[in-house]
Design a protein around this ligand. Structure first.
Ligand code: MTE
Ligand code: HPA
Ligand code: MOS
Length: 847
């Protein structure tokens, strides 16, 4: 006790004593009513692992006090930037005359590619991403110049002069807009990827049943609530501080340095938090950081570039849309014997991250299923559109979706419950367990997870109940679907799987953590704080995670591939453990025991019956000249990848999940509603169930938006017409189903990840496949005599649903004189490549 009061004097850590804090608060209130400010985290909150603690900034988020880049107080002399955009999808720039822009009200300067001292490039992998177009524009919306003005509004008005022929004169060139057109011209940003195992052609030819089909899915705008923004502040001796809303501060630092022709140490990039990234700020924050930094350096003034929503839509890339052609041979149970797919992704005008996206698509075609003989081709098609980029799932959803469509096709072909076809194809345990790319699926929980979901969702009974419902409901049709997910966790570029952290323990026992990850709302900082607090036996309030800062942790990877807490949690844990071990050694000296006997809990250290407050031990360590800060580093073990053969062990482990969705479709209007969704997802041993469930709900709803309401539409000039919330529909609160049962599947990670947790950021997005296939099921119910699957494209907008209903009905009419034989595919239901699609299947039924 005596020691404790001494420590308070030495450290001033009065707030570790609850009574003292309460007394102080009471007296403060008596003196004057204290202004009520949101406390980030209640002091009594324990850091326990596995506890559903609120997001570390939750109170700030709801109070509007969380600081985003645009909230940073502006320095005197700050100028505002806006980008002048191209008017053509593909054109030669004949002349550029910026006089009118320079003389526009409030304008201070205009810069183009010619003003860039270093390289005019901000591409993450290849050097094919100009910051400003030089001689040629490659998409409609490409920045040609940046204008600096005294206000945001004046900058935008001046930038809009880019529309004038007086300012930029173009000679239009032929534009290639779609993946299909690019493929026909063999126009790719990267060479095609081709992975083959076994002899699928022979297997398909010899199979008792065959089908072929094609499918397409649209892209998706990230629609982060906070748009792209950078605030660049010049510093002495050719230095630059860039505040950037980015998932990748180290890359922003590098591209800015490269653009200025500087060494990387001259640039600091900082990001406290983003108002969402969803992949859209993994690489494409770069253009904004570079444009702001270029102007800031040229003018030696702080420059803020905040893209207006419409400009953000027009400039930045989205999820890759995809066109598929597929073929499969299968047995009576629907088990696939051989399959083939071509996935043509629209990459846009540059490579960006499309190589890794295409690779992930290729590695997720299997989804939850063993494919003994398989041929997968992934194409990154070069088009005159925005350069498509990372979006939650990173190609994984595009790879797995077509497999789920195929499962549904097979089930409809064989008149089986699609669930049974799925289960017949599940990866095995100890057999049928190697992926097409050669990694063994060692931690497979698909079967027990599905069983648990079947029971909790009452799937079988609800499916049975649909028959009488649909029989008596001529207009409204219900459908249900269960889809599973297996998602590979790790960057599929092995060297990116590394992270660093820096932990400081101050003399009062409070802890400051910096790590290489970024906070975008996903709760990474909360989880990392929990890990560090747990290491020291402290409540969360004693641990503060600061803004991501390239001057603290160097050479970080993007916060992406869902690996944020796996990587940074481990690095921070390592840093904290180093300090704890030093503290334990000192405590052991004082207690007369060994360091391994010393435990850290409840803000105290304890061993051999003796105990001392954490803060007191820290202060003693300081006086004994023990280093109270440490770095930590983590590199994911086991991962490797051979980019030539497309084989290896790209993923440390897999995350699993499954969902059951039930919808009702109005067959007259194409409107539909999600009635109930049951989600069961494997987040390993969850560090924070509240945050993980939030991620699962958010990922599912976001995936549902992609597959149903979010439609990107370019006109024939290559102008994106859906570039604002007025025409681009993301899900709203009332799209959440009335019955929304979201649960964690209890499953410790078999690998020694941080507390045996699993990454959770991206995989749940794929649970939304169940919504699309439930809609398909409802459409199928509108033609109960029909055979095969309705030709429903994604997004399944009301128009797409009506088109599918119409095509299905038309097929029914043409088929009606001769009733369909079981196993016969209706041409219209499989593929626009009708001959190829229908012939082998029909042949198989007569064989
Ligand atoms: N959750 C929120 N709220 N906001 C986001 O921008 N991005 C997603 C996911 N969840 C995102 C999110 C994406 S694309 C990824 S890769 C992961 O979070 C990244 O964070 P993590 O690795 O820490 O999970
Ligand atoms: N996910 C996200 N970003 C990436 C990946 C990935 O798998 N690989 C390389 N960059
Ligand atoms: Mo997420 S698409 O890996 O940023």
């Amino acid at each position: 006790m005596n020691q404790q009061s001494e420590s308070r004097v030495a450290t001033g850590a009065a707030n570790t004593d609850v009574t003292a804090t309460a007394a102080a608060t009471a007296s403060a209130q008596a003196a004057a009513p204290a202004p009520t400010r949101p406390t980030p985290i209640d002091d009594s909150t324990q850091a326990a692992i596995g506890v559903p603690l609120p997001h570390e900034s939750a109170a700030l988020h709801v109070a509007g006090e969380a600081t985003y880049t645009d909230d940073i107080p502006e320095l005197r002399g700050t100028l505002h930037a806006a980008l002048g955009l191209s008017r053509h999808a593909h054109a030669r720039i004949v002349s550029l005359d910026l006089a009118a822009v320079r003389s526009a009200p409030g304008v201070v300067a205009v810069f183009t590619a010619a003003d860039i001292p270093g390289e005019n490039n901000c591409g993450p992998v290849l050097h094919d991403d100009p910051i400003f177009a030089e001689d040629e524009v490659l998409y409609l919306g490409q920045p040609v110049f940046v204008v600096l003005a005294t206000s945001h509004e004046l900058a935008r008005r001046a930038a809009a002069l880019a529309k004038s022929d007086e300012v930029v004169r173009y000679e239009p060139l032929e534009a290639v807009l779609t993946a299909t057109d690019a493929k026909a011209r063999k126009q790719f940003v990267l060479p095609p990827l081709h992975l083959k195992r076994g002899d699928p052609a022979a297997q398909i030819a010899a199979a008792p049943h065959r089908l072929a089909g094609s499918f397409e899915v649209g892209g998706q705008e990230q629609f982060y609530l906070e748009g792209q923004i950078a605030y660049a502040i010049p510093r002495e001796m050719d230095g630059m501080l860039v505040y950037s809303s980015t998932q990748h501060p180290s890359e922003m630092q590098q591209v800015v340095a490269h653009m200025l022709g500087w060494p990387v140490h001259s640039v600091v990039c900082e990001c406290r938090r983003m108002g969402g990234g969803f992949g859209g700020k993994e690489s494409q924050s770069a253009l904004f950081a570079c444009a702001a930094a270029l102007a800031a350096q040229a003018l030696r003034r702080p420059v803020k570039l905040r893209a207006d929503r419409d400009d953000d839509f027009m400039i930045t890339g989205k999820r890759h849309d995809a066109v598929y052609e597929y073929e499969a041979g299968f047995d009576e149970q629907g088990r696939i014997l051989g399959t083939r797919v071509e996935i043509a992704l629209r990459a846009g005008f540059s490579a960006d991250l499309s190589g890794a996206v295409a690779t992930r698509a290729l590695c997720h075609f299997d989804n939850a299923y063993y494919l003994s003989a398989v041929d997968i081709v992934a194409l990154a098609c070069k088009t005159n559109t925005q350069s498509n980029t990372a979006f939650r799932g990173f190609g994984g959803p595009q790879g797995a979706l077509v497999m789920e469509v195929l499962m549904d096709d097979i089930a409809r072909e064989l008149k089986l419950d699609p669930l049974d076809v799925r289960r017949a194809n599940f990866y095995g345990i100890g057999e049928r367990d190697t992926t097409p790319y050669g990694q063994r699926v060692a931690d497979n929980v698909l079967a027990p997870l599905t069983d648990e979901l079947l029971a909790s969702s009452d799937y079988r009974a609800r499916r049975a109940a649909l028959l009488p419902f649909n029989a008596h409901s001529p207009v409204l049709k219900r459908g249900i679907a269960l889809t599973p997910v297996k998602f590979g966790i790790s960057f599929n570029v092995p060297f990116l799987n590394q992270a660093g952290a820096l932990v400081h323990v101050y003399k009062d026992g409070s802890v400051l953590v910096n790590h290489g990850g970024t906070e975008m709302g996903q709760g990474l900082n909360t989880k990392v704080a929990q890990v560090v607090a747990n290491e020291f036996g402290l409540p969360l309030s004693r641990v503060r995670v600061t803004a991501t800062d390239t001057s603290k942790v160097a050479n970080t990877s993007a916060t992406a591939a869902s690996t944020g807490s796996d990587l940074n949690g481990k690095a921070a844990e390592a840093a904290a453990r180093t300090i704890r071990e030093r503290l334990a050694a000192l405590a052991a000296q004082q207690f007369g025991c060994t360091a391994s006997d010393v435990s850290f809990a409840n803000s105290a250290v304890e061993a051999a019956g003796a105990s001392m407050p954490f803060a007191q031990l820290v202060n003693a360590a300081y006086l004994a000249r023990v280093q109270l800060w440490s770095d930590g580093f983590y590199a994911t073990p086991k991962v490797h990848w051979d980019a030539k053969t497309l084989t290896g062990h790209p993923f440390y482990y897999f995350a699993y999940g499954a969902a059951v969705s039930e919808v009702v479709v109005d067959t007259l209007t194409g409107e539909w509603k999600l009635l109930r969704a049951d989600l069961l997802h494997d987040a390993g041993r969850s560090i924070n169930p509240a945050i993980d469930i939030g991620q699962i709900e958010g990922g599912f709803i976001q995936g549902m938006g992609w597959l149903t309401t979010e439609e990107l539409w370019w006109n024939r000039d290559g102008r994106l017409m859906t570039h604002a919330p007025s025409t681009y529909k993301i899900p709203a609160v009332n799209d959440t189903p009335a019955a929304f049962n979201v649960n964690l599947y209890h499953n410790d990670n078999a690998e020694p990840t941080v507390f045996h947790s699993k990454a959770v950021g991206e995989p749940p997005l794929l649970l939304a496949f169940s919504v699309l296939l439930a809609i398909r099921d409802a459409i199928a119910a509108a033609g109960p005599g029909m055979h095969g699957a309705p030709p429903l494209r994604a997004p399944a907008t009301p128009e797409a649903i009506l088109d599918a209903l119409e095509a299905f009905a038309a097929a029914q009419q043409t088929a009606s004189p001769t009733p369909q034989q079981p196993g016969q595919t209706n041409p219209a239901t499989t593929s626009p490549t009708t001959e190829a699609a229908a012939t082998p299947t029909q042949a198989s039924t007569t064989a």
